[in-house]
Design a protein around this ligand. Structure first.
Ligand code: UD1
Length: 362
């Protein structure tokens, strides 16, 4: 019997760790012929390649090299390059991950050719249509055949939007499966990081900011930085800066906040594990801190991952400077009251469940 051709399509930093366990599980199955496609949405060494190295992943089978541009042009370029690739390769299924432009571009290209789509991390909703990711999520789900979800809120959202229950599978979080697999290596990295940054365990905070709503408007970014700066005078704050944010920070007074390059995955996880608390506007970091039971102050007004707030360590602080400052003070003083439970299915068997449901769907 001819194996079924499956493409796993990724493009941006948070996609790669979600893809890895799916690749390992599916590619080991004799009925499946699996290839990794990298769109090239992220292309800097430390936004892309370093993740393949840290995760011991094979090089992508196809690299489309689309690079950065406006949303429309980036999405269009991914679609054109993929369309050409599909021509020669004829996959029967594609897997897409998360909510980035590569996700919707791949899904849209596939559906127009009658190729079936499995969406990993389906159903999350922030209910904020000014977020590019929200648009990507809703549209990708609308045209997907298999909705693989990380938390119960996603099931409710998909059902409310009219998706058939047969297509919705609660499998858990592949990013957490990857996280669990690298924890020992990440822990080992801390000795070096302590020296490199001159920090001690639990005696620093970790900060990331890259949402367009927080960083594209310089005034907004300045007000967030302004709230954090006074605390960084007496409590170390390490800030690995996303390239998008770096451009906006030029010439801004960031005080003693420690600006550093985007970090490799193992180092970033190690810094999360040993921090007193984390501040972020990222989606994935809200989940990783919940798994690691590290307090997370989310500098956004909403989250598409409500389980991290309901049972995890996440607090939706928002972006108002007084609130940021108040919560930082509590976090520094160890006064945050958190439940710190780990959501169901955030474990080592997520990709097993995905394989099982995928084989059923064939
Ligand atoms: C994208 C995702 C976002 C995700 C984030 C993680 C979309 C709509 N957004 O946002 O959901 O949380 O990735 O990082 O897909 N750049 C570089 N080097 C790179 C990549 C980007 O310098 O390797 C710079 C470019 O100037 C680019 C800017 O960063 O214009 C933004 O990159 P882009 O991929 O458009 O969006 P992100 O902000 O990274």
């Amino acid at each position: 019997m001819k194996p079924i051709r499956v493409f796993l399509i990724a493009g941006a930093r948070p996609n790669f760790m979600k893809l890895k366990p799916v690749y390992e599980k599916l590619s080991a199955h004799p009925r499946l012929h699996v290839s990794i496609i990298h769109t090239g949405q992220h292309y800097d060494y430390n936004m892309s390649r370093v993740f393949f190295e840290d995760l011991n992943m094979p090089q992508p089978h196809h690299y489309l090299g689309v690079g950065s541009d406006t949303h429309a042009r980036q999405t269009a370029r991914i679609m054109m390059a993929l369309d050409e690739l599909f021509d020669g390769e004829n996959p029967e299924w594609v897997f897409v991950f998360g909510d980035v432009n590569s996700t919707i571009a791949a899904a849209l290209t596939a559906i127009k050719r009658g190729i079936k789509i499995a969406h990993v991390e389906s159903g999350l909703r922030s209910f904020d249509m000014t977020m590019p990711e929200e648009i990507n999520r809703i549209l990708t789900d609308r045209i997907s055949h298999l909705h693989l979800v990380t938390e119960p809120s996603a099931i409710e959202n998909l059902l409310r939007e009219g998706h058939s229950p047969d297509t919705i599978k609660w499998v858990g979080n592949t990013m957490i499966e990857t996280l669990i697999s690298i924890l020992p290596d990440a822990a080992n990295r801390f000795e070096d990081l302590k020296k490199k940054f001159g920090i001690r365990e639990k005696e620093y905070a970790l900060l990331t900011l890259h949402r367009p709503s927080n960083v594209d408007d310089r005034k907004k970014l300045e007000s967030i930085i302004g709230a954090i700066k006074p605390h960084a005078e007496h409590f170390p704050v390490i800030f690995p800066v996303h390239p998008r944010t770096l451009r906006k920070l030029e010439g801004m007074d960031t005080g003693r906040i420690r600006l550093v390059e985007p970090m490799r995955y193992l180092d970033f996880v190690s810094l999360q594990m040993h921090a007193r608390f984390v501040m972020t506007d990222s989606g994935g970091i809200q989940e990783e801190t919940t798994y690691l039971r590290i307090p997370c102050l989310t500098l956004r007004e909403n989250t598409e991952r409500p389980i991290t707030v309901e049972i995890g360590t996440n607090i939706l602080v928002g972006t108002e400077p007084e609130r940021i400052s108040r919560y930082m003070e509590r976090a520094i003083n160890g006064q945050l009251k958190l439940r710190a439970r780990i959501p169901r299915f955030w474990d080592e068997r997520v990709s097993d469940r995905i394989l099982e449901h995928f084989l059923e769907a064939l």
